[in-house]
Design a protein around this ligand. Sequence first.
Ligand code: MF3
Ligand code: CO
Ligand code: CO
Length: 261
Amino acid sequence: MNSNTIILKTDEEIEFMREANRLVGMTLGEVSKHIKPGVTTLELDKIAETFIRDHDAVPTFLGYGGFPKSICTSVNEAVVHGIPNNTPLKEGDIVSVDCGTTTKCGYCGDSAYTFCVGEVSPEVKRLLKVTEESLYIGIAQAAEGNRIGDIGAAIQRYCESKGYSVVRELVGHGIGRKMHEAPEVPNYGRRGTGPLIKNGLCIAIEPMINMGSKNVVFEKDGWTVRTKDRKPAAHFEHTVAIRNGKADILSTFEFIQGTSN
Ligand code: MF3
Ligand code: CO
Ligand code: CO
C-alpha cells in the first residue's frame, strides 16, 4: 500500500475521528474566547496546546514536518501555515486558526476557522462569509457516487462568481491515523474528474480563498503562505466522513463565540 492508496474507514474508526474532531472544535471555541485586539498568536497557541493536552490528546501540528507550534495562525494576507508569534492582533485584522488533534485512539482531527479581531471592514466580512459558504457548498458535493473534482468545481464556481480567487498550491486531503492521507482534495477543478467518492472516505475540505489574485508566495520562515498582492485571504476547514451516501461533518464550529461573521 503506497501513499496514493485511499484508506476507507469503518464506522468504529469514524467514531474515533469524531472524537478527535470534536476536541478540535472545542479548542477552536476556547481560542475564540481570547481573540481580541492586543492578544498575540503565541498566547493563542499556548491556550490551544494546554487545552488539547488537558483533554488527553496531542496537538498534531507540533513537530509535524518540523512545524514549531501547536496551531497555525494566519493573519490578513497570510493564507495558511502562519507560525504563532509575538505580534499583537489589532482591531480590523482577520486570523485563520487551524487546529489538529490526535487522541488516544490514534486518529486525527483537522479544522480551521477565520476570525475577526474586533470590527472588520464590510469587504473583508464578505470574504469570510463567502469562503465559509463555499466550504458547505463543497461539503454538499462530498456524496457517494460523486467524484473528488466535483467538490473543488463547486467551490471554485461559487467563489469566482463572487469575484474572489482560489489558491492552487494547497489542497484539502484524506485524513485518518495520519493528518494527510490520499486523496488530494483541490478547491478548484472540473466536475466528473478525480477519485470516486465512497462510503468510509474521510477528507478535510478546506477552501483557501483570496480577495485579490490567486497567486501566493512562500515566506522565508519556511511555512507561511501569503497572497502575492498582500490582499486578505480566508480559510475554513472541516473534516467530513462519507456515511450512508453523504457527508457527515465530524468537526464543528458550534463552540465558537464572539464573531459577527
Ligand atoms: N492542518 C493543515 C491542513 O489543514 C496542515 C498544517 S501543517 C502543520 O492541512 F505543519 F502546520 F501542521
Ligand atoms: Co487544517
Ligand atoms: Co487540513
